[in-house]
Design a protein around this ligand. Structure first.
Ligand code: FAD
Ligand code: MG
Length: 314
């Protein structure tokens, strides 16, 4: 019998958040469609993880690693992944003679991998650093000083972590080239060989905002400034569809007022990480004034999610 680890408490918290979201009674709500769709989306992800993925790759041995950069999609997936880890573990010990509180997950930290690309927002980096303890991550960080393609960075990761058979990715069908992806599939031939686990493909942008705002978990502060997708500093601006002007100040509405007001902590507050001062300068236009934007979650149209990102150079 082991002492419960920090990861045990983290996984239980994520399980409680997820259960709380799943038990929202939408019957009495005005705007219930997004929440109902998100509850269905969670259940599909949960079934994939517990019913399929964890049966094939042992999540407690390092066979599975989680690709994580602090962005909203992988954060949502991380919370649900940890929730499922808790459920999977509890199912495994249900016949044990000891009370569940004396058991702990057999790993101290969750194996995660971050490819530290040049030119990352400081706010995102600071948020990620805080997540290491908040989610009990064992975070592999690639070397920052070598500017190499992501595939090569994963190759180097695998050299030092040969036990890795599969990597979880928070990609969605609406991402570029995401349409034809499958929940479980090998990498392309130009990538190092491992299995891609993509249990978030079917989630929409509205599903992501709804769950993340309800969770009451701190999210990266850049989203509150009108960012909806985070690439490199030099190739990302706040989403132009969210620009605020006095003339049509009612143009966009917050569809997630209920989630914020009734969040998991029941404190009615937004939980946003600290914004680094350097990053604020990006919102300053050429005439030196600070341009105002609605928060990222005012945008729920998936086809405009990346409107603030410049296309990658060929
Ligand atoms: P985002 O929404 O920013 O990222 C999507 C997801 O990618 C995130 O949720 C996160 O899980 C992961 N991710 C993004 N950036 C990082 C980072 N810096 N460090 C760690 N994880 C990150 N493309 C192919 O064409 N063929 C492949 O076989 C292939 N295999 C991949 C395997 C892995 C493990 C990963 C992470 C990516 C792979 N990709 C592959 C690339 C992938 O399809 C996306 O293009 C890439 O993740 C960049 O995402 P984005 O910026 O477009 O979107
Ligand atoms: Mg994304």
């Amino acid at each position: 019998m082991m002492n419960p680890t920090h990861l045990t408490a983290v996984a239980e918290r994520c399980f409680n958040i997820t259960q709380s979201y799943l038990s929202i009674d939408t019957g009495s709500l005005m705007n219930s469609k997004i929440i109902e769709e998100t509850q269905a989306a969670i259940n599909i992800t949960r079934e994939l993880l517990i019913g399929n993925i964890f049966q094939r790759w042992d999540p407690f041995t390092g066979q599975i690693s989680f690709s994580y950069n602090g962005g909203k999609d992988c954060q949502v997936l991380l919370i649900i992944y940890l929730s499922c880890l808790w459920e999977f573990f509890m199912a495994g010990i249900k016949d044990s003679q000891y009370h569940p509180k004396y058991h702990g997950l057999p790993i101290e930290r969750l194996p995660t991998v971050y490819i530290d690309q040049k030119d990352t927002f400081r706010t995102l980096q600071d948020f990620l650093e805080g997540n290491i303890n908040h989610y009990s991550l064992s975070l592999y960080e690639s070397r920052k000083d070598c500017d190499i393609p992501m595939a090569d960075a994963f190759s180097i990761f695998l050299d030092s972590h040969p036990e890795t058979k599969a990597i979880v990715i928070g990609v969605r069908h609406t991402d570029p080239f995401g349409e034809a992806l499958q929940a479980i599939q090998p990498t392309d031939s130009s990538w190092p060989q491992f299995i891609r686990l993509q249990p978030l493909l079917h989630w929409t942008l509205a599903n992501i905002w709804s769950f993340l705002l309800y969770s009451g978990e701190e999210m990266c502060g850049l989203y509150s400034l009108g960012f909806t997708s985070l690439g490199s500093v030099s190739a990302t601006v706040a989403n132009p569809y969210l620009e605020w002007n006095d003339e049509d100040s009612q143009r966009l509405q917050n569809k997630f007022k209920w989630e914020i007001a009734n969040n998991y902590h029941k404190d009615g507050k937004l939980h946003i990480s600290h914004i680094n001062e350097e990053d604020l300068s990006i919102l300053t236009s050429h005439d030196g004034t600070l341009t105002k934007f609605y928060p990222g979650w005012y945008l729920i149209n998936d086809s405009y999610e990346r409107a603030g990102r410049f296309p990658k150079k060929a």
